[in-house]
Each structure stands twice: as C-alpha cells, then as structure tokens.
Design a protein around this ligand. Structure first.
Ligand code: COA
Length: 320
C-alpha cells in the first residue's frame, strides 16, 4: 500500500476518502492510467478491485483514529475486508462464517445493474476517454447521494429517528405521504422495480438468519417490519407501486455486522466496482467511441429582460 492517509482530517467521511484515493491511485500507478493503450486493463482491474477494499477499510480506521491493519494473503475477499476493518494490532478479529457470508451477500446484491445514476456517471466520464480511475471515481461520487447509494444510511437514520421519537412508524408514514413534510419513506421505491425489489426479498430472509445466528435483537428490525407492512397496505404506496428496495434491509444487516453508518455507502461502492469497471471497458472498447452528449431542450423564457450592471442599485441581483 503506497497511499498516505495522513492528509485527511481524522473525522473525514469515508466516502470522501474513498473517492479521493481511488482517483489518486492513478498518480501512484501512471502505467495503469490509460490501460486500453498499455494492454494492462486486467491488471488495472485486479488492482482497483483489491485496493478499493483496502482503501475503504483504511478510511474507516482513519475516521476512528485506529492504526491500519494490513491484509492477509490467505484470507478471501470479504474475510480480508472484515479483518482490515476490525482486527487490532494485538488481536485478530474472529471471522464467523455467517458474518463473512452475510458480507459476501451484501457485495453480491449491490452489484451493478442497468443505467442507474452511478453507472451512467461512469459511462459518461469514460466516454471522454478519461482514465479508468477517474471514471470509477465518478461512480463513487454519484453513489453518495441519499436518493441512490446513500439511501441505506438514510434508512437507518430514519429508523433511528422513529425509534428515538417513540413512534410506531405510523406518524412517519403519514409524513412521508405529505409532500410538504420533505420526508420520504427511505428504502422504498425504485425507478425500475415497480414491484417488490427481488434483492430486498433475499436480504430480508438472510437478515433473519443472521440475527438468529448472532443472537441479535434489534428494535430497528421490528420498526422496519412494521413500516413495511403498513406501507404495503396503504393506498398511497400501493397506487404508486412503492415497495421496499435493497437498501431497506441492507442497512439493518450491516448494523448487525458492526459496520458503522458512514461506511454503508462505501460498502455499496465496493459491490458496484466490478460492474463499473465492466461498463468502463465496454465504453472504451466501443468501435464508435463517440463521446456521450445528451441533448438538452431549453424550456425557459425565450427572452429575458435585465438591468445593465451599471444601472443597478448596488445591492446585486438580477430582477426579471
Ligand atoms: C428511488 C426513487 C428515487 C425513485 O424515484 P422515481 O422513480 O423518480 O419516482 P418519483 O420520485 O417520480 O415518485 C413517484 C411518486 O411516488 C412518490 N414517492 C416515490 N418514492 C417515495 C418514497 N420513498 N416515499 C414517499 N413517496 C415516494 C413521489 O413523491 C411521487 O408521488 P406523486 O406521483 O404524487 O408526485 C424514489 O422512490 C425515492 O426517493 N426513494 C427513496 C430513496 C431510496 O430508497 N433510494 C434507493 C433506490 S434503490
């Protein structure tokens, strides 16, 4: 690991560290900056898939002021991530098979699919012939928002708030239906899945299994179940085809694994990485190779009046 994390303030958000460091990795490995030219695409892919996990774990350690833990070659992907996150210099983290399997599942279910916001961002940047590092970094940045990959963190914050306020979920559901409240039922709805997100079904089942194996009793899971049942029978959600998506249960599962909130979207990004790289490759190898340029149709005022700057009263602003 050639990276230096000391430049980041101790409380830096792990997503900020992840996006900066993946892009910066290109500086440490200039020979991988234009892999389509150097024929080393597979090498760059292996490098990024491995490093994203190490950077993510290191970002967590940095945010907690903990010493970095180096990977063990004998561990597989998820086990090594858990080791780098949670081991201490004086004691290795105990790798329970059900925990490793749960993390494997989380990575798998967060795999890239279709033209969602982050994948489209990767393809857009890749189409300009930017480097692989720059292109996948744009995916990390796009994923960060709460309407996309940030939703898993937003779900947990919502559940915690409901719990804190002693709500059984019904007050929150009412607020989520009221546009003026500015609230949404996080983890519900999907641009493509207009019935139950198949990933949510799988993760919900595995959540129960994991909780039983770890002997976890989390009140937030009960709140989530109540919210789900209420929404599934509420005409507002039924008519709009709003069902739980993968983020609704993945946050609860990550919490049971001891993963802190700011790391949720980081873990999502690790799962997305192979797909983003494949998308980058597809765009780079496309024979047409044209840069992406969505058309924009202007729907604003055809004429806009304005007061010339030297005739304004000095308070600034442009009255129309
Ligand atoms: C995922 C999401 C961005 C999809 O958005 P979309 O396909 O553009 O759907 P829209 O925002 O157009 O919503 C359609 C209608 O459902 C409502 N709606 C959508 N998601 C809602 C939610 N989670 N809670 C309450 N109302 C919601 C909208 O207000 C809109 O109502 P209207 O027709 O009365 O105006 C959206 O459902 C959402 O914000 N979900 C919560 C965040 C989330 O879980 N994101 C993770 C996605 S995997």
């Amino acid at each position: 690991m050639k990276f230096h994390f000391e430049g980041f303030p101790p409380k830096a958000h792990p997503m900020a560290i992840l996006s900066s460091m993946i892009n910066a990795a290109g500086c440490y490995y200039p020979e991988l900056l234009a892999p389509q030219e150097t024929q080393s695409f597979d090498e760059a892919t292996a490098f990024i898939l491995s490093q994203v996990r190490a950077i993510a774990a290191f970002a967590y350690r940095r945010s907690r002021g903990l010493p970095f833990i180096y990977p063990k070659p004998e561990y597989k992907y998820s086990a090594n991530f858990l080791h780098m996150m949670f081991s201490m210099p004086y004691a290795d983290y105990e790798l329970r098979p059900e925990v490793v399997r749960a993390l494997d599942l989380i990575f798998l279910l967060h795999a890239d699919h279709e033209q969602n916001c982050s994948t489209s961002a990767v393809r857009m940047v890749a189409s300009s012939k930017a480097s692989l590092f720059a292109s996948v970094t744009s995916g990390v940045c796009a994923l960060w928002g709460r309407l996309h990959g940030g939703a898993n963190q937003a779900v947990l914050e919502m559940l915690e708030q409901i719990h804190r306020e002693g709500d059984d979920g019904s007050r929150f559901i009412e607020a989520a239906k009221d546009k003026k409240s500015g609230r949404r039922l996080m983890g519900f709805g999907h641009r493509v899945y207009k019935n139950y997100d198949p990933r949510a079904k799988i993760i919900k089942k595995r959540c129960y299994e994991l909780f039983a194996a770890l002997n976890v009793n989390d009140p937030l899971l009960d709140i989530a179940l109540r919210l789900e049942q209420a929404a599934l029978h509420d005409p507002y959600f039924v008519e709009r085809k709003l069902y739980p998506n993968v983020d609704f249960y993945s946050g609860i599962m990550m919490r049971a694994l001891g993963i802190p909130l700011p790391m949720f979207t980081v873990i999502f990004a690790i799962g997305r990485m192979p797909g983003w790289i494949a998308n980058y490759r597809e765009v780079s190898e496309s024979e047409a190779g044209a840069i992406y340029r969505p058309r924009q149709i202007y729907i604003g005022e055809p004429r806009a009046s304005y007061i010339p700057i030297d005739q304004r009263d000095g308070r600034g602003g442009t009255p129309f």
